[in-house]
Design a protein around this ligand. Structure first.
Ligand code: PEP
Length: 257
């Protein structure tokens, strides 16, 4: 990453894992392991039911808490949904939006990702917006078209100041939860393409300021090489964020890289 202009962000995406006692135990284990981390923003994005516990356990530490989704309306008849204001009021700082599992299993579209991103920013949250191509799209050689389309639609109407508050997570869908990691060169190529796309849509200065993570089977063994790349500013980590030792190794790779 370019440390002169950006700080690495390593965010765990716990998905639908951990009861409250399990969440407490994992964060208690993690706290001392990352207490000396200075150059990396450490984030744990946890299920809604764990937010209050996670915020209490990490109070006064360098671990920030995020949610895994939010709705785009402020309030109303949306049974089962959680608004951005509800999260912000609790003290939640980050929210994952447009994760491929939301797109694949819950009919999330670029239009709803855009609406959720706008709502999250209005509530003062920092969105972690996920983009990425399917295996079939990569094989058909349209990765850049797919990513450019997602970037244009997901950030439609969002101004430069707000864009700088967003994190973009490049997550090739074929690498999520599969054990198949993009090579460091593949990750760098697409993260650099995202930055070039932002430069065209906004400006070079704005593009340089935006944090672009890689996500997709990042683990303790491959993190150092991935985060060594100029345009890879950290990672969004699923499975490996559920083990404090593995997550800490990834954080240390970004801290020392
Ligand atoms: C994710 O959930 O965003 C993710 C990258 O998962 P995994 O690290 O398990 O592939």
């Amino acid at each position: 990453m370019n440390k002169n202009v950006r700080k690495a962000v390593i965010a765990g995406n716990w998905k639908m894992n951990k009861t409250r006692p399990e969440a407490k135990a994992l964060l208690e284990e993690l706290k001392p392991m990352v207490a000396d981390i200075k150059n990396v923003e450490v984030v744990a994005c946890v299920p809604f039911t764990n937010l209050e516990t996670a915020l209490a356990v990490t109070e006064g530490t360098n671990i920030k808490i995020g949610a895994e989704n939010c709705h785009f309306e402020k309030s109303g008849a949306f049974t089962g949904e959680i608004s951005a204001d509800m999260l912000a009021e609790m003290g939640v700082e980050y929210v994952v939006l447009g994760h491929s599992e939301r797109r694949q299993y819950f009919a999330e579209t670029d239009e709803t990702v855009n609406k959720r991103t706008v709502a999250a920013l209005a509530a003062g949250l920092k969105p972690i917006v996920c983009v990425g191509e399917l295996l079939w799209e990569r094989e058909c050689n349209i990765t850049e078209e797919v990513i450019a389309r997602q970037i244009k639609l997901d950030f439609f109407g969002i101004n430069a100041d707000d864009l700088k508050k967003c994190i973009i997570a490049y997550e090739p869908v074929w690498a999520i939860g599969t054990g198949k990691t993009a090579t460091a060169d593949q990750a760098e190529e697409v993260c650099a393409f995202i930055r070039a796309t932002l430069a065209k849509l906004y400006s070079a200065e704005v593009a340089e300021a935006v944090t672009i993570q890689y996500g997709g089977s990042m683990n303790a063994a491959n993190a150092a090489e991935l985060v060594s790349k100029t345009n890879v500013d950290g990672g969004l980590i699923g499975g490996a964020s559920l083990k404090a030792a593995d997550f800490t190794t990834i954080i240390n790779a970004a801290e020392n890289g």
